[in-house]
Design a protein around this ligand. Structure first.
Ligand code: ZN
Ligand code: ZN
Length: 111
């Protein structure tokens, strides 16, 4: 069973968000986007990821969704899971993932 890294609620396999730091082999799950923000500000506790976990999604991102910078070796990928869909966004740092999540993520109106 996967639990939200912030509130501890169950996160369904095909729902919620997963943050991956592929290079550091770390993962954190979230039930909703708001909890990514709360987690990043207060605790940012990661779980160890299994070998290769998140790599598929990582391969689909090349620049930071927040600032547009090309992604280096160490970066973060946030994946929205919705049924069969896996929607990845990449970030150059946890800070930029938080900034992006704070303004509503992918579906936010342009700043
Ligand atoms: Zn939660
Ligand atoms: Zn960035």
């Amino acid at each position: 069973m996967t639990r939200c890294a912030w509130c501890g609620d169950d996160v369904e396999e095909d729902d919620g968000f997963r943050a991956y730091e592929v290079e550091g082999r770390r993962v954190a799950a979230f039930c909703r986007l708001e909890h990514v923000v709360a987690w990043g500000l207060r605790s940012a506790y990661w779980d160890p990821a299994t070998e290769g976990e998140g790599a598929d999604s990582d391969a689909q991102v090349s620049e930071c969704a927040q600032c547009g910078a090309p992604l280096g070796d160490v970066h973060v990928v946030l994946v929205r899971r919705r049924g069969e869909a896996r929607i990845p966004d990449g970030f150059c740092s946890v800070d930029h993932m938080l900034a992006w999540a704070k303004r509503g993520g992918r579906w936010a109106p342009p700043a």
